[in-house]
Design a protein around this ligand. Structure first.
Ligand code: IVH
Length: 683
């Protein structure tokens, strides 16, 4: 690779600036105003061009480049950062009387000065602080314990509603505080995807938002579609607050909106307690119509000059308070219990309730989780159950309404045979749930396994949706995962009786082509696709890498499996049980015959660094010295111990030797950081 002088780089620098400006504008319109100025295709083209330029010339990549929106930076651990200004919490209450007391006390303390309140939504998410200097986002930190939080900057950059550069006028140095929330729709889609992949769904959007911010792979965080709601502007004590924008909290939020922040429009200036109560009552009902979760209302004194006068208590300001909504609860008659059989045979009991209205939706069914749950709630036949809807979207059963208990009613008798295939259920030691062990011929398990096998993160056989799989299953053509690879064109054509769903020539070709393509899916994903109980995507990767090929994995003992990072007794048992089943072994054999990848690809991840020679010096954040050298070689590069005219890059970590630096500078060898390196190998 040639070394470029400043002049040579100029056209690229200009193109980077041009692309950055365009993409930022399109992003802003998309995230803030829900408007697409260009087609997805055009947008992707521009972004791809910028990514490629940044990869080629890492020194042109700006810290707040819009390419950061797609992520790619790896956080091995999150640096702990002390907040410049502590992140205080608010006094909070469920009682309207306490809000009345707050209002009366505030009025008393303020005396004759005219003032007002703002009432706004209390977002149910994760509080973060964003530092902006000269209009650029420089750091994002979680609240943590209020004094110290985690630096999550690279993940925050992937959130579309967090501006990376500000527009118009802005204070030169300030912190924007707000909440990262997971909008319901995106959260549900994400949880469905998790379930399809055999992963435990998140209990609520807040937990999912929090987990997402702590993801090591920021590209993964980018896919989560989180949203940032700004609610507070924190200025340093020496800031010039004379500007009329800054005198009131509502003025500051209006200004923040102009800078490009997403500030929700649901904020109201209130003159007195009646108006505050009206706002609270309104949102206690209307909250269910919002596309994201709130758990209360925040009331703040609007005039910033009064904040000092009111002061702070030990941990919260006296000029604000949060009113928290109570969870809504109803009771309803338990009509019957369905026992659902999942893909891995796990049984989930689900209560059928007399339909009842709760928090804006009609509840008909609610999960009873497992046998232990039913026993711990002491649920009897014919009971009335208490159903609650808190911050979560999914109502949950929280107890029995004893006022309706029928005399002589018996505790619910849990089933002991599979409702689908009649097999005696099994309950492993220490587990709360039962499962059906008939993995080979219990229909929902067979179907579930087929669906899992073709799913996007497994074999990614796109043209096969659940409907077609059911069709193939019912017709007897596909009973287990190996059968996909025996399908013939003539068997597929005409399949499906009802008109539009019938498979035609083109459909059959697409299916066969997609199946064919899956033969090159890497071994890690084949292991995941097999659908071994408790083996999720990450576990499958670790197991595949450890054993390297299917034979070693099939013959692995419990002890060997326990050597794999994060594999415990339960997973190890499940893997051994899976491969001891003679039918499963036959299926795996047929998959091998069909040409699926049954071993790890050669230890050669890519050739992005082909022809380049690196000298490595210093200490790195995310790699040990050996790891970074191995990584260079895996990507086709060479590692050398000393700098010469042939060295392409000096990869510099912390505490790099001064001699190396001097020599590199003398010979004009480009010096790159660990982050630059990560960009170069990014696919
Ligand atoms: S103002 C000094 N406004 O609720 C005042 N907080 O204890 C700073 N929250 O963890 C907070 N929505 O993250 C404020 N509209 C809102 C809010 C809000 C949610 C969170 C905040 C904090 C907790 C209050």
């Amino acid at each position: 690779m040639d070394l470029f002088s400043y002049q040579d780089m100029e056209p690229y620098r200009q193109r980077v600036a041009e692309l950055t400006q365009l993409i930022n504008r399109y992003n802003h319109e998309y995230y803030m105003n829900d408007t697409s100025l260009v087609s997805d295709y055009e947008f992707d083209q521009l972004l791809a061009e910028l990514i490629s330029l940044e990869k080629q010339y890492p020194e042109l990549a700006l810290p707040n480049s819009p390419t950061k929106r797609v992520g790619g930076e790896v956080n091995k651990s999150f640096r702990q950062v002390t907040h410049r200004f502590p992140m205080l919490s608010l006094g909070n209450t469920y009682s309207i009387e306490e809000i009345e007391e707050f209002e009366a006390r505030t009025r008393r303390l303020i005396g004759d000065t005219p003032f007002s309140y703002t009432c706004e939504l209390k977002y149910d998410g994760v509080a973060i602080g964003l530092t902006y200097r000269h209009g650029e986002l420089v750091q994002a930190v979680t609240r943590g314990n209020g004094t110290v939080g985690d630096d999550i900057t690279s993940n925050a950059r992937t959130i579309g509603t967090i501006p990376l550069h500000l527009q118009g006028d802005y204070p030169d140095d300030f912190e924007a505080r707000g909440e990262v929330v997971y909008p319901f729709e995106a959260f549900e889609t994400y949880n469905q995807q998790r379930e399809q992949e055999g992963l435990e769904p998140f209990a609520n959007p807040r937990n999912a938002a929090s987990g997402s911010l702590k993801l090591q792979d920021s590209a993964e965080c980018a896919k989560r579609k989180l949203m940032f709601c700004m609610y507070f502007m924190m200025l340093p004590p020496d800031a010039d607050v004379a500007s009329p924008h800054l005198a009131t909290h509502s003025g500051r939020l209006d200004w923040a909106r102009q800078m490009g922040f997403k500030v929700q429009p649901y904020i109201r200036e209130c003159a007195n307690i009646q108006e505050i109560k009206q706002f609270i009552d309104y949102w206690d009902e209307a909250r269910w119509q919002l596309p994201f979760g709130i758990d209360g209302i925040v009331i703040k004194v609007n005039q910033v000059a009064l904040w000092d006068q009111l002061g702070l208590t030990a941990k919260s300001p006296r000029w604000a308070i949060a009113y928290k909504f109570k969870a809504q609860q109803v009771s309803s008659h338990l009509e019957s219990i369905d026992y659902q059989v999942g893909r891995t045979g796990v049984i989930t009991p689900v209560a059928n309730l007399v339909p009842v209205s709760l928090g804006g939706t009609v509840v008909r069914r609610a999960t009873l989780n497992n046998a232990d749950f039913i026993r711990s709630m002491d649920i009897h036949d014919d009971d009335w159950l208490l159903v609650e809807k808190g911050g979560e979207i999914i109502p949950k059963i929280v107890g029995v309404d004893m006022s309706h208990r029928k005399p002589g009613a018996l505790p619910v008798r849990y089933i002991d045979h599979c409702p689908e295939c009649g097999t005696l259920l099994v309950r492993a030691d220490g587990e709360a749930g039962h499962y059906c062990p008939n993995q080979d011929s219990c229909p929902p398990q067979q179907l579930g396994r087929l669906e899992h096998f073709v799913s996007r993160r497994a074999m990614n056989i796109e043209s096969l949706g659940s409907e077609r799989i059911k069709m193939l299953f019912d017709s007897g053509l596909v009973r287990n995962i190996a059968d996909f690879y025996d399908l013939r064109r003539d068997q597929l054509i005409g399949l499906g009786s009802d008109g539009s769903a019938t498979i035609q020539d083109k459909g059959a070709d697409n299916i066969l082509a997609a199946i064919d393509l899956s033969r090159s899916v890497p071994f890690e994903r084949v292991v995941f696709a097999l659908g071994i109980r408790y083996v999720g995507e990450v576990g499958a990767k670790k197991i595949a890498r450890y054993f390297n090929n299917i034979d070693a994995l099939m013959n692995a003992s419990l002890d060997e499996l326990l050597q794999v990072e994060d594999v415990g007794d339960v997973t190890a048992d499940a893997v051994v049980a899976f491969f001891s089943d003679a039918q499963m072994r036959t299926v795996v054999e047929r998959l091998r015959q069909a040409g699926l990848q049954m071993q790890m690809a050669e230890n050669h991840v890519g050739s992005q660094l082909a022809g380049l020679t690196f000298v490595v010096s210093g200490v790195f954040d995310h790699y040990s010295r050996d790891e970074i050298k191995a990584s260079i070689e895996q990507h086709g590069g060479k590692v050398s111990g000393s700098i010469s005219g042939k060295t392409s890059f000096l990869l510099a970590g912390d505490k790099m030797g001064p001699e190396k630096l001097k020599k590199a500078e003398k010979l004009g060898v480009r010096i790159i950081s660990e982050q630059d390196y990560d960009k170069m190998i990014m696919d």
